[in-house]
Ligand binder design. Structure first.
Ligand code: BES
Ligand code: MN
Ligand code: ZN
Length: 500
């Protein structure tokens, strides 16, 4: 069904590669290092002239095409700017690769070869990973429902020119980025298409594709029977049925004593409910299931790569709509753990569905919890579109999640939790309320609420409201307006760390 980009690795030299496009990195000194200088020699110094004349500056994302006129195996050489040497990292390499992919796709697709450069201050394994990710993420097409107009041509084959040591990292990156694009597809899908039941169907399909994955889906009757009153309070106003989506990954060689519990918020549309949101940009709330999508696709990647750790994905999926049957502000409901919640704001629905999902995940064997949720507008104000907010109840586990975040490129930055913030969630009528009227510390307040349901073991929470789906491009070219796939690569890195 899904066409995977073919990824190969050859030893070089770069002049011998046959491809429609042969790309190599240029830093912003500017200088032609490793493959750049070799190719310059093979092209009679034409690249060096471009540098001398100031036409090739090496700025991150710049691409300069030179036709080889039969002098090389490749049809064109692409000098790809990667920015200043001291700022070089996976982020800038992903951007360069995405720009090359866009240029190649805009011209005629076909094959792209990328020469790795062992004179750069980034290991070639890391270069390979970033270039594969940038190429695949940069080829994502958010407009696939358009029926008219020019479309990007898919790149058929990506060939890395480098040592055999990059074969495994490249394969892993290819699988991770492909699942990230699949997550983007779910997040960008409109709510009339991607209902809770449809999301459950997609999860069942994922379980059918990869070994050692199984799906369990709970419908409205089972959710009610299980007494998930917090989750149910959110779905009450909607004509669409809710689903509790559970994927289990049980590899035969799983590490003893660890079961990752990946919990993802999946509000397929968040109108706010009776506490209705303003209409401006409400369409963006079709992406309020990004945490759930990341968890399902993250587990897909983990399973496809056969990471030896058991894991459980728990995704409460429903719509948050106003209607005559909707939960009213002031209603008091009983959560799965038996405690009562006063719903003071029906737009604080994410923490309601997560409360029951966290308890359910613990009861079903999760030892280490991490939840991903587009939870608060306030985290967007605090951290913007690049870092997710990271909170939790266990410093060592938070450090693991943070390390996985930084290593994967799904960046996250810690925010504090302290028992003093618990005063925000006190209610005169119930054990707690779901929102405070203080306009303070929104992400912390939400996380203190979740903490009460996370149980005794380690738990970390990623507030991805700013990073999961972008209002506008952040200029890195491997993401654009719309879904980023945030969390998929992070969860893969986290599972690998947990398995080690
Ligand atoms: N889904 C929203 C948060 C959100 C905002 C996600 C912007 C993506 C972009 C969430 O359900 C919400 O409405 N949160 C409220 C909480 C408040 C009522 C306590 C918010 O942040 O305003
Ligand atoms: Mn809301
Ligand atoms: Zn929401």
């Amino acid at each position: 069904m899904r066409r995977l980009m073919e990824i190969t690795v050859i030893a070089g030299p770069p002049e011998s590669a046959t491809a429609d496009f042969l790309a190599f990195p240029v830093t912003a000194e500017p200088s032609l290092g490793g493959p750049g200088s070799t190719l310059d020699g093979a092209l009679d110094g034409r690249l060096g002239h471009l540098v001398q004349d100031g036409e090739l500056k090496g700025k991150t994302g710049d691409v300069t095409l030179v036709h080889t006129l039969g002098q090389l195996g490749a049809h064109r050489v692409v000098a790809a700017g990667v920015g200043k040497r001291e700022e070089l990292g996976a982020d800038s390499l992903r951007t360069a690769a995405a720009r090359v992919a866009a240029r190649a796709g805009g011209l005629r697709g076909g094959t792209v070869a990328w020469a790795l450069d062992d004179t750069l201050p980034v290991a070639v394994e890391e270069q390979a990973r970033a270039i594969v990710e940038g190429t695949i993420l940069g080829s994502y097409d958010a407009g696939r429902r358009k029926t008219r107009g020019e479309r990007l041509r898919a790149i058929e084959r990506l060939c890395l020119i480098g040592p055999a040591a990059v074969v495994q990292p490249a394969r892993r990156a290819g699988i991770g980025a492909t699942w990230a694009n699949r997550c983007r597809d779910l997040v960008d899908a409109p709510a009339n298409e991607l209902t809770p039941a449809e999301l459950a169907q997609r999860a069942v399909a994922i379980a059918g594709e990869v070994p050692h994955l199984s799906a369990e889906i709970l419908g409205p009757a089972e959710i009610a029977e299980a007494r998930m009153g917090a989750f149910l309070s959110v779905t009450r106003g909607s004509a669409a049925e809710p689903r509790l989506i559970v994927l289990r990954y049980d590899p035969p060689d799983a590490r003893e004593g660890v079961v990752l519990g990946l919990v993802g918020k999946a509000i397929t549309f968040d109108s706010g409910g009776i506490s209705l949101k303003p209409s401006g940009r409400m369409d963006e709330m079709k992406g309020d299931m990004a945490g759930g999508a990341a968890v399902l696709c993250g587990l897909g990647a983990i399973a496809e790569l056969a990471v030896p750790v058991s894991a459980l994905a728990v995704v409460p999926a429903c719509e948050n709509m106003p209607s005559g049957t909707a939960t009213r502000p002031g209603d008091i409901v009983t959560a799965l753990d038996g405690t009562t919640i006063e719903v003071t704001n029906t737009d604080a629905e994410g923490r309601m569905v997560l409360a029951d999902a966290l308890v359910w995940a613990r009861r079903n064997g999760a030892t280490h919890l991490v939840d991903l949720a587009t939870l608060t507008g306030a985290v967007v104000v605090a951290l913007g579109d690049f870092y997710a907010g990271l909170l939790g109840n266990d410093d060592a586990w938070i450090a693991e999640v943070r390390a996985a975040a930084e290593e994967s490129g799904d960046h996250a930055w810690p925010l504090p939790l302290h028992q003093t913030y618990r005063r925000y969630i006190r209610s005169p009528y119930a054990d707690r309320k779901n929102s405070s009227d203080l306009r303070q510390a929104g992400p912390i307040y939400a996380a203190s609420f979740l903490k009460e349901f996370a149980g005794d073991g380690p738990w970390a929470h990623l507030d991805i409201a700013g990073t999961a789906s972008l209002e506008r491009s952040r200029g890195d070219y491997y993401t654009g307006k719309g879904a980023t796939g945030y969390g998929v690569r992070l969860l893969l890195a986290l599972a690998e760390r947990a398995a080690a």
